[in-house]
Design a protein around this ligand. Structure first.
Ligand code: DGL
Length: 274
């Protein structure tokens, strides 16, 4: 595989752009092929079987673009499908949960960590699993926040309704004296200010995107895949609503999104290249 080949990045929608942005900042020579599954968002309320099926289709699509590595820029898909996908493809694949758990373990001082994410991520207990391996003495408190994803996809980032919803979700976590709160869904960094204003300065917000981009860089170096030439044109694909996605992406990314394309992701049958 050529080191100038692109990196495949995917999410259920716009959330993974927070990871793509971090990759562009930290490893600017890399070219990204992004897929947002906007027709089938949200992932957070769907079963493991469905998310594995969706992820397989997307991985096949990304591999048809000759990607050299894949970042599952979605906590739900990382929780449900990462292990399966890793065993099915021969290129490096990383998720966002392990990097997020690592930073949370390094950040907490009093050992009380809150995790907010989709129902799928929270119910999977994946953060607890990683955290108990990294730092066995911590106490982990999870809270599913299913209304956040539609609010973010709607673009209601600084809206009084989003503030009200966030208060309802987060007030319970605050009773556990948390000093660290993991934004365990890649959509949530987009409402970071709202969440930060509710938890206050004593609670450190952890955005797994930063550590994910760092891990990706390490994986690329380790596999001799780091690009040594300038990035080519980043490409964006969605399963629906390319125009809406384009407007949103422009507000998040440090580049002009050229033309996101609508594709029929279901035409990528669920067998994988190797
Ligand atoms: N942004 C994704 C995550 O990190 C998925 C959210 C959703 O589609 O429910 O979990």
């Amino acid at each position: 595989m050529a080191s100038s080949a692109p990196i495949g990045v995917f999410d259920s929608g716009v959330g993974g752009l927070t990871v793509a942005r971090e990759i562009m900042r930290q490893i600017p020579n890399e070219t990204i092929v992004y897929f947002g599954d906007t027709a089938r968002v949200p992932y957070g309320s769907k079963s493991k079987k469905t998310i594995i099926n969706y992820s397989r289709q997307i991985v096949r699509f990304l591999q048809s673009n000759d990607v050299k590595a894949i970042v599952i820029a979605c906590n739900t898909a990382s929780a449900f499908a990462l292990e399966t996908i890793i065993t099915e493809v021969s290129i490096p694949v990383i998720g966002v949960v392990k990097p997020g758990a690592k930073v949370a373990a390094e950040t907490t001082k009093n050992g009380n960590i809150g995790i907010i994410g989709t129902e799928g991520t929270i119910n999977s207990g994946i953060y607890n699993t990683y955290l108990s391996k990294t730092k066995p003495n911590v106490r982990v408190y999870g809270k599913a926040c299913p209304l956040f994803v539609p609010l973010v996809e709607e673009g209601w980032l600084d809206d009084p309704i989003t503030v009200e919803v966030a208060k309802r979700y987060i007030s319970e976590l605050m009773t556990y004296d948390i000093d660290t709160l993991v934004l365990g869904c890649t959509h949530y960094p987009l409402i970071r200010h709202t969440i930060g204003s509710i938890v206050g300065e004593k609670v450190t917000l952890v955005n797994p995107a930063f550590e994910t981009a760092r891990s990706l860089r390490e994986v690329l170096i380790h596999n001799g895949l780091e690009s040594v030439t300038a990035a080519g044109e980043h490409k964006f694909y969605v399963s629906d609503g390319a125009e809406k996605f384009k407007k949103f992406a422009k507000t998040i990314l440090p580049i002009e999104v050229i033309e996101p394309k609508d594709i029929n992701i279901e035409s990528f049958a669920d067998t994988l290249f190797n």
